[in-house]
Design a binder for this molecule. Structure first.
Ligand code: ACM
Length: 650
């Protein structure tokens, strides 16, 4: 294999720890791996150690001793100071040190969660060499850069059942994420069982909701992995599904039906009726028994003022109180909602639209419309988290998302203001994902964001990220998520034999288009070729690495790249043989054409480089205009891969 593609010479730690000092030695891993827990010990810690050992057993294909023994003889010593918070908490100490030396590993942490983070690092030190298993010896000290490292999962638009949520939590834990932001209600679905107001889930969910027992179990599952669960009940907009069972909550008369389309809709809660507040008071009280986290997400995004502006009683209510517009009414709504949350011991988080000068100070602002809202919030003395660049549904590459930072160079914040920037969240909105595809859109790309939020700000090398992410992707999959087999599994449904081989091969060279543009709604099956595609196939970075190597004279890299260009050039002919035979050939005809052109240009440019020649000025100009037309552009529902590598050869 060309040098440019080789796995890292040292184990692929992701996220990169604060400090790592490698030793020369390696600790053998075999069935004599005995474990001791010294200091604080509790069932959560024992379960975490057990999970790590089960993963090692599977890699070693050998059982390991199940008994947790004494320190004197143990090869892995886990030393913990205390339990930490009973409910995972923003203030949790997640630091740990890991010392693997002289054939023994010592993991030390103040809290159980710190040990949980360190166990993931320990699993990443494993390597197979010389026919056997080892832990690479090193001394590591580590702690997160930001305390809020989250993932939003939208289950309102498409429902993801508990087993999918458990796999997502396992994958999150493997890259040290610590907040699940659970977007539970939307125009298209109300996903929580309410015993106080059963019409909410009975009429608002198509029967797809979490029972209270399932929620308790998932919250406990998350807590076991040191993950907070922040529920979002988006209001006053994005609330159609509430109104199917409770039309009296809305600002215009019903009846209402579950929304099937995507977009921003008019149904909005009526904040002027006391009955609205009585229901919210009882509902919040009920939900706090399920969601113990202090943070409560109020939503607050994309409020269409049409119903408020169109209601004479609401307009009169506003006039009596001197509220001049819908934004003022939303601030009044939030102010009262925050008081209610405080009564129930909860503290608000909201989307950046809620940020008005009069807004009470305690709200954490989640920036989604732009990073500037985060800076604005911090300048106003408010806490904030970043999401704007991290919408996973926009299908950006890991490399693109990786370089975004909650505190970018030149942010202009004082140290006190910087401390208000708590971190960030990736957002997995669910217009275009189902339970079947959601894991492939989150993993492995979330690893890039997890590293940004955990590792020192100076860790920013994109090629190195990709080399490590390829290894980390397998670790994420080992923990739970099914992303690694995604394409093969989905292609199998719509194709077999040679056709399946063709689609699978082509999907190494094609990625989904970005957000929207599909014309689907909630009832549309998402089982086309775009759904089987991966957001950031490894082919892209590997070809770029090969192109860079070929430029600096690596002939082996050049030959490998040339054969990839040859395959790309063949795609149009290959797809033509399927036309009229396979109904989904139409999904890939446009992108196959683009890949064919890119492959031909790649062969031409690489040929020039290898021969020490160059294209004529007229030909060079024609190539440039072709690349402008092809690279990063959408063809049908797909975008070609490989264009970045071709560009490096210009
Ligand atoms: C949002 O994307 N509407 C928060």
């Amino acid at each position: 294999m060309a040098l440019a593609l080789q796995a890292p010479q040292v184990p692929a730690l992701l996220p990169v720890p604060s400090t790592v000092s490698w030793r020369d030695g390696r600790m053998p891993l075999d069935s004599t791996l005995t474990v001791a827990i010294v200091g604080h010990r509790d069932p959560r810690l024992e379960r975490a150690v057990g999970r790590a050992l089960r993963r090692l057993e599977a890699r070693l294909v050998q059982p390991l001793p199940r008994a947790i023994g004494g320190e004197a003889t143990a090869k892995l010593v886990v030393r913990v100071g205390n339990a930490g918070y009973a409910v995972p908490d923003l203030r949790e100490d997640e630091s740990y040190t890991l010392d693997v030396a002289g054939g023994r590993a010592t993991l030390a942490a103040t809290t159980v969660v710190g040990a949980i983070r360190g166990l993931e690092t320990l699993l990443q030190l494993h390597e197979v060499r010389d026919g056997t298993h080892w832990l690479r010896e090193a001394t590591i000290t580590d702690q997160p850069r930001f305390p809020w490292r989250g993932l939003l999962v939208d289950v309102g638009r498409h429902f993801h059942p508990p087993e999918v949520m458990r796999r997502i939590l396992d994958g999150m834990a493997s890259v040290k994420l610590n907040v699940l932001h659970w977007h539970l209600t939307e125009d298209q679905g109300f996903r929580v069982e309410s015993r106080a107001f059963p019409k909410l889930h009975q009429l608002g969910s198509d029967g797809e909701f979490y029972t209270q027992d399932e929620i308790r179990a998932l919250v406990a599952y998350a807590a076991d992995r040191g993950i907070r669960v922040v529920p979002e009940f988006d209001m006053p907009g994005h609330t159609t599904a509430w109104f199917v069972g409770h039309p009296e909550l809305a600002s215009a008369p019903g009846p209402y039906a579950i929304e099937r389309k995507w977009g921003v809709f008019k149904p909005t809660m009526d904040p002027t009726k006391e009955s609205t507040w009585r229901l919210l008071d009882a509902f919040i009280g009920e939900m706090t028994t399920l969601f113990p986290d202090r943070s409560w997400h109020v939503g607050g995004d994309e409020v269409d003022p049409a119903q408020w502006n169109g209601s004479p009683t609401i307009q009169q209510w506003m006039a009596q109180r001197g509220l001049k517009d819908a934004h003022a009414l939303q601030t009044a709504f939030n102010t009262r909602l925050f008081t209610l949350l405080a009564k129930h011991g909860r503290s608000p988080v909201g989307w950046d639209e809620i940020l008005t000068p009069d807004l009470p100070r305690e709200a954490v602002i989640q920036s989604w419309r732009g990073s500037n809202y985060l800076v604005d919030a911090a300048k106003q003395g408010r806490q904030a988290i970043l999401s704007a660049p991290w919408y996973l549904d926009h299908i950006k590459t890991s490399g693109e998302m990786y370089l975004e930072d909650p505190l970018p160079a030149g942010h202009g914040l004082t140290p006190a203001q910087q401390a208000l920037v708590l971190g960030g969240e990736a957002c997995m909105w669910a217009e275009y994902v189902t339970a079947e595809t959601v894991e492939s859109r989150i993993f492995p790309r979330i690893g890039a964001i997890a590293e940004r939020l955990w590792s020192p700000a100076s860790v920013r090398d994109v090629p190195d990220l990709y080399r490590r992410l390829e290894v980390a992707s397998r670790h994420m999959a080992e923990a739970g998520p099914t992303h690694e087999e995604h394409t093969a599994r989905m292609v199998r449904r719509f194709a077999s034999g040679e056709d399946a081989e063709f689609f699978t091969q082509l999907l190494d060279y094609a990625r989904p288009r970005g957000f929207a543009g599909r014309g689907t709604n909630q009832l549309s099956p998402l089982t086309r070729v775009i759904d089987a595609a991966r957001p950031d196939p490894w082919t892209e970075w590997r070809m770029v690495a090969l192109a860079e190597a070929a430029r600096s004279g690596d002939d082996e890299a050049g030959r490998m790249l040339m054969s990839q260009f040859g395959l790309m050039r063949a795609f149009p002919d290959m797809v033509r043989t399927m036309e009229g035979r396979h109904p989904l050939a139409r999904d890939v005809i446009p992108v196959a054409g683009a890949l064919g052109e890119l492959g031909a240009i790649g062969e031409e440019l690489l040929g020039h480089r290898m021969n020490g020649t160059s294209p004529s000025p007229a030909r060079a100009a024609a190539i440039d205009s072709a690349l402008t037309r092809l690279v990063g552009k959408t063809f049908g529902l797909l975008r070609p891969v490989g264009g970045e590598a071709v560009k490096r050869l210009r």
